[in-house]
Design a protein around this ligand. Sequence first.
Ligand SMILES: C[S@@+](CC[C@H](N)C(=O)[O-])C[C@H]1O[C@@H](n2cnc3c(N)ncnc32)[C@H](O)[C@@H]1O
Length: 434
Amino acid sequence: MVQIYRPQKRQQQTVVQEVTITDLDLHGQGVGRHNGLVCFVPGALPGEKVKARLTVKGKVATGRLQGLLVASDERVEPRCEYVGRCGGCQLQHLPVASQLNYKEAALKGELQRAGIAVAQWQPALTGAEFGYRRTLRLAIFDGKLGFRAVGSQNIIPVSHCAVAEPALSKLLPSLQGLLPRLKGQRHLGHLELLHLPPHTAALWRLTGALPKADMEKLIAWAQAEDVVLYTQQQEITQHWPQQPQALGYRLDDLELSVGPADFIQVNGSINQAMVAQALAWLAPSQDERVLDAYSGLGNFSLPLCKRAKAVVAVEGVAAMTERNRHNAELNGLTNLDARTLDLDDQSAVAALVAEGFEAALLDPARPGAQALCQALASGTGPGRVLYVSCNPSTWKRDAALLAQGGYRLLRLGLMDMFSQTAHVELMALFIREG
Ligand SMILES: C[S@@+](CC[C@H](N)C(=O)[O-])C[C@H]1O[C@@H](n2cnc3c(N)ncnc32)[C@H](O)[C@@H]1O
C-alpha cells in the first residue's frame, strides 16, 4: 500500500494573556516575555502592561493588542482615525523622537548580536513628521479603494492620509466618489498618485480596457482636480491634459526628469538631505572613478558626476538606465557610463568590481546587495563603500560580508524617510582597512 507522507501541522494555540512589554523590535512591535515565551504585540510600547490575544507557536507568541492595563508615558493619541486598521502607520502612537530612539536601540541590539562594531553613530536625518509622502499607491478591489489592512489583504477605504503630501491626500474624497460610478471596475488594478510640483499625477494600472464612458469620467475627474492623468495597460498613455507634461524634481541644482511609473524616493526633503549626506560622507574627488549601484533614474549618479572624474551607474531595469542617460544629457553631464546589469549575477558583478573603482555607492531594494558585497569583499573592492539601505535585515547580512572582506564600518545613521511607520532606512560608510 502506498503511504502518503503528511507533515504534522505545528501545534498552534490561542490564549488571551497579560504581557509586560520591555522592548520595541525593528518591526515596531512591542516585545515581552511570558511563561518562557517571547511575545510580539504590535501597537504595544515598552513599559506597558497589555492584554493581548496571543497565537503561540513553539517558544514564540504573536499577539493582537486587546487592551492597555498600564499605558506608557510616551504614548500619544494618533492623529489619523485609520490607525490600527490601515497597515500603513505602525507607530503613530509614539512621538517621532521616540520612534527614532527605539529604531536606533533595536538596530544597535541587532548589530551587537551580529558582532558588527560601529565606529561613529551619526544623528538621524529628520524632516516633516506628517504630509511628506510624494507618492501613494492605492489598492482597488471589490468596490473599495484604499490601503491594505493590518496583516491582511483587505482594503481599508480612506478619505485622507496624514503622511501623504496634502496635494495627494486632498484627492482621496473625490476618488471615493468616482469609483462607484465606474462600470469597468474589474479592470482597475491599482492607482498610483505622484506629487512633483508643479504637477500632481495619477497613473491607473489597468488589467483590461475601460469602457469609453469610464475614460470620460476619469478625464473629467482629472480636469476638475488639475491632475495629469495616465493609464497603463502595457504602454503608459497620457489622457489629460492634451499637451505632454514633463514630470521631474530638482536636486543639487540639477533637473531630474521622471516617468509616471519610475521609482523615486518617497520623501522629497529627506531625499535632498540623504543625497547631500551621501556626498559629504563618500567625498568623491575629481580624479576618482565611482560606482553607483542600483542607480535608478540617477538620483545619486548625477550629483556624483558633478564631483567625480567618471561615474559607472548600474541598474537592472533598462528603462531606468535610459532615464539616467537622458537626465545626464539634460544637465550637460558627459562623464556618466550608465549600464543595465543584473546585480544578482555573481560573475557579472565580479567582472564589474574588477574594473576598479575608488569609491562605490550602493542603494539596493529590500533584498539587499549580497552578490555585490561578496565581490567587493573579495580583495579588489574600492577604498570607500557607502551603503543606503531600506531593510536592516539584508543590510546586516551584507555588512557582515564587507567586514569579512576587511571593511570597517566607520559611520552609521538612520534616515527618517517614513516617519510614523516601522520602516527603518539607514546610511552606512565602510572603509577598507590596510
Ligand atoms: C531603492 S531603488 C534606488 C534607486 C536610486 N538609487 C534612487 O535613489 O532613486 C533600487 C533600484 O535597484 C534596482 N534593482 C533592483 N534589483 C536589482 C538587481 N538585481 N540588479 C540591478 N538593479 C536592481 C531597481 O530597479 C531600483 O531602481
